[in-house]
Design a protein around this ligand. Structure first.
Ligand code: KG4
Ligand code: ZN
Length: 367
């Protein structure tokens, strides 16, 4: 029995993950049986809200204050001793450098003191592997990553082997949504509020009354890249024109709701068009393989986008998957999971691993 227990213990890999690359401080402890023993996410949104965006210096300080508390809480909740850990994984980029340094150095210090292995995780790899946390999701698969900082179409071929097929040439889709929402007078970050506003147009059917001329970016380029800054400018012009037109200079809720409704659908169509090229390319590369596609990032919460993607996936016979919301937005479970997947392949990092504000996923292939 003792031997049995020892074998069981040997197989189990316990990983601590730390995420501090933007405005969420997060810690998770999980094992290779997909058991999440502890997971805490502290959102700093309230501290940044009055500035209408993330203030890097405020973010770093908050990470520094909150991270030690979350680590303690997670250890208690997981009912483990620090020595029980096998691996410490921390985000080493890309992201705001101050926050990345705090999380990464904390992870390195813990690993060093405990004499455990360390994995420097690329935050984007965390997102790309997140569909595998809750279920089997075999390679190769496509990922549409849509967040406040990223808009990318990626092919995941294996651990550490990713191809970026498309990215944004200017604003991220979440950034375009947040800026448009801000211009409509909605709180930061505006995705959720824009969606609520758009629902009013749907409920009242007012969207039938107005149609806006929103630009379709990059129509002549048959690739998978994006551009969202023109759309943001178009929203500004439409709002300015409407304010000028009205004698009180105040935007009506109806108008804003109609615009929000059409903007959401417009963005969903742009993303779908690019994904169609991705499905086509996937089918030509892997004609015998079922095409799987995961939607991750904060914008994945958007129901309009999901409906459009569901329809598209059905047309293309693609298996479309959206992880639970907690794994879509920034979180440490995906960092711990990426650490675990790398650790299983023996891919560890030294304590001299740098913090990288920019770190394209494709760099992982060359090391
Ligand atoms: O992944 P995330 O939590 O943080 C990073 O940017 O890394 O994504 C946040 C983004 C913000 O732009 C936010 O407005 C957007 O996700 N978002 C939404 C919705 N909920 C959050 N966008 C559209 N509809 C939503 N329901
Ligand atoms: Zn992220």
């Amino acid at each position: 029995l003792i031997q049995l227990f020892a074998t069981k213990k040997e197989q189990e890999m316990l990983v601590l993950g730390i995420e501090t690359s933007c405005d969420e401080t997060s810690v998770a402890i999980l094992n290779d049986r997909r058991a999440i023993l502890a997971h805490h996410i502290y959102s700093q949104i309230e501290q940044h809200q009055m500035y209408g965006g993330v203030v890097p210096e405020i973010a770093s300080r908050a990470h520094g204050e909150i991270l030690p508390l979350l680590l303690k809480k997670a250890q208690k909740e997981a009912q483990i001793k620090w020595e029980d850990l096998d691996v410490v994984a921390a985000t080493a980029g890309p992201g705001l450098i101050g926050g990345v340094m705090i999380g990464m150095l904390s992870g390195k210090s813990l690993a060093y003191a405990l004499q455990k292995k360390f994995v420097a995780v690329n935050h984007l790899e965390g997102h790309v592997l997140s569909p595998r946390i809750e279920q089997e999701f075999p390679f190769p698969y496509l990922v549409l990553l849509v967040s406040g900082g990223h808009t990318q179409i990626l092919l995941a071929k294996d651990i550490g082997d990713y191809e970026m097929w498309g990215t944004t040439q200017d604003d991220a889709v979440g950034e375009c949504i947040d800026k448009s929402a801000k211009m409509m007078g909605l709180p930061y970050p505006g995705g959720k509020y824009l969606e609520e506003l758009a629902r009013e147009a749907e409920d009242h059917g007012t969207n039938l009354n107005r149609s806006f001329d929103l630009p379709v970016p990059r129509t002549h380029d048959k690739d998978m890249h994006f551009s969202f800054s023109g759309l943001k400018t178009a929203v500004r012009s439409l709002l300015d024109a409407e304010r000028n037109r009205r004698s009180d200079g105040v935007l009506s809720r109806d108008f804003a709701a109609d615009l929000a409704f059409q903007l959401q659908n417009h963005i969903a169509k742009i993303l779908c068009k690019r994904l169609e090229y991705a499905f086509e390319k996937f089918h030509s590369l892997y004609p015998q393989t079922l095409c799987r596609c995961a939607l991750v990032g904060g914008v994945a919460a958007n129901q309009t986008l999901r409906q459009h993607l569901d329809r598209l996936a059905a047309q293309w016979s693609v298996q479309f998957h959206v992880p639970s919301k907690i794994y879509c937005t920034d979180n440490a479970a995906m960092i711990a999971w990426a650490g675990l997947e790398r650790a299983k392949k023996g891919l560890f990092d030294g304590f001299d691993h740098p913090a990288r504000p920019r770190w394209p996923l494709e760099d992982l292939r060359t090391g």
